[in-house]
Design a protein around this ligand. Structure first.
Ligand SMILES: [Zn+2]
Length: 103
């Protein structure tokens, strides 16, 4: 299964046709691409926070930020392209697992 290298979104179901860019590192979703380039990390991070805040965190922005850091840090792309947005507290494995179970 292919998934977005910058946010981890799997290209299945409703997201099947949402590949916006193919890179040497892998596919990037349409949400993380602007004018043919990968969006800045801070925009992808903000998008992740907005998603988690709405989808699983009951509006808890601090939790959503920690979940987003946890998620993005698991992706090899961000391990090889570290960004300041990913420094800071991250969700625990238990918090992340609970969040994923709600998706
Ligand atoms: Zn993405």
């Amino acid at each position: 299964m292919q998934s977005c290298i910058t946010c981890g979104m799997p290209f299945v179901g409703a997201h099947e046709k949402e590949i916006g860019l193919e890179t040497v590192d892998g596919p990037v979703c349409v949400h993380d691409v602007s004018e043919g380039h990968i969006r800045p990390a801070k925009e992808i991070f903000a998008g992740g926070v907005a998603f988690f805040q709405h989808a699983v965190a009951d509006g808890d922005r601090a939790l959503a930020e920690r979940l987003t850091r946890k998620n993005m840090r698991t992706l090899s792309y961000w391990q090889t392209h570290p960004r300041a947005e990913l420094d800071g507290p991250a969700a625990t494995d238990a918090e992340f697992g609970a969040a994923m179970a709600k998706l």
